[in-house]
Ligand binder design. Sequence first.
Ligand code: PXG
Length: 442
Amino acid sequence: MSDRTNLPPNDLRAFWMPFTANRQFKKNPRMFVAADKMHYTTSDGRQVLDGTAGLWCCNAGHNQPRIVEAIQKQAAELDYAPAFQMGHPKAFELANRLVDLAPDGLDHVFYTNSGSESVETALKIAIAYHRARGEGARTRLIGRERGYHGVNFGGISVGGIVTNRKHFGSLLNGVDHMPHTHLPDQNAYTRGQPEHGGDLADELERIVTLHDASTIAAVIVEPLAGSTGVLVPPKGYLDRLRAITKKHGILLIFDEVITGFGRLGAPFAADYYGVTPDMITTAKGLTNGVIPMGAVLTSADIHDAFMTGPENMIELFHGYTYSGNPMASAAGLATLETYKEDGIFQNAANLSGYWEDALHALKGLPHVIDIRNTGLIGAIELESIEGAPTKRAFQAFLDAYDAGILIRTTGDIIALSPPLIISKAEIDELIGKLADVLKNLD
Ligand code: PXG
C-alpha cells in the first residue's frame, strides 16, 4: 500500500459522496489534487495514468490550454446571463457548432447541465411532441434492461439497473423495457460488434404489439451501453430498432452521454454505426467534463412541431437556470475547437486497433471470462467471487490505483475509457499494469 497519510487537513464527514461507499472511502481516502494531459496527481504526490477519462468525460485529456483560457476569459467577461427570454452569443455559436458536428438531420440543440437532465429533457420533448401533433395518447416510454440513463426519475424509470431503481418507489408508470443484449455464452471475446443478438431488437415489435403503437412516444437506448459494463450492440441491432420505430411513428433516442464526442473514433455512435435517431442526448465530453453541461440534439421535425401558435407564447415549458450558461458555452466552444484542431477523434480511430489488440492480450489471465471493445472503450469481465459479487473487481480497482492507473468497475466488470489523446506507449503502460494487477488478484 502506498502512503496516503499526507492528505490536506480536512474533515470528510459533511460531504455525502455520490455513488460511493462513503464509510469505506473516508477511512482510506483517495484524493486527486491536480491533473495534466493523461495523468492525475494524488494528494500524496503520485502520478496516476487516467484510464477512464475521469468518468468518461475528459476526452481531450486534462488541463487543455484552450479550454482553461476560455473559461478564465469568460468568467471575467460575462459570468452569467439569464437563460429564459434572454440570450448571449456563445450559446448560439455553440449550438451551431454542435449541429455542424451532429449527424445530418439533427438540427437543434436544447441545453441542460448533465446527462441525467438531457435524458429527462428528451423524454419530455418526446411526449410533448406527439401531443403537439395531436397524438396525445403517445405517452409510453420504452427503455432496456441494463440501460443507464442517469439518476433522475425519468432516467431510472427507463433505465434497467436494479440497484438504481428499487430504493425509489414506483417510478414513472407507462414504461416498458426491452431485453439487454449481453449474451456472454455466444459472444465472449468478441472484437467490436457481436455476431449474436441482433434479433433481440424484434422484442420491440412484441412490446409495440402489446401496448399498441398509438400509446408509445419513444424508445431510448444507449447505442453502446457503457455503465453496465460495455455492452456493444450486436450486428444489425440498431438498424432494426430504427426500422421498427420508424414504421410505428415512435421516436428513437440515442443516449450518447458516453459515446458522444469521439469515444468510438467518430463524432457520435450514430455516425459510427450509421443509424440516425430522432434525438441524441449528450453531456460529459461536450465540455471535456470541465464545466457541467449537457445538450439534447433534435431533428427539425421535432423542433418545428412546437413552433406553432402565437409568437408571444413559450413553445416548450421546460429549461434550467443554467441552460447554455456562458461559462459552459465557452468551455464547449473551446472543447470542440480542441477536438478539431488536435485531430482527437482521429487519434481515437487510429488507435482503436492497437487498443483492441492490447486488451485482448489479457485473455487467459486469472478470473478473466470475457473481453470486449469498440473505439477507445474496453471491458474485462471477471468471474465473481462466490457470494460476494463486485468484490473482486473493486479489489482490482484499489490495486490498480496503488499501481498508478485509474480504472472503473461496475459489478465485476472493469471498464476502460482513456482520454482520446492516449499514445501507444500509454496504452502499453495501462494494460501492462492492469495485467500485473490481474495476475496478483485473489
Ligand atoms: N446517460 C448515460 C448513457 C450515461 O452514461 C448519464 C446518462 C447521466 O449523466 P450525468 O451527467 O447525469 O451523470 C450517464 C452517466 C460509469 C459512470 O463509471 C457512468 C456515468 C456516470 C458516472 C459513472 O460507468 N454515466
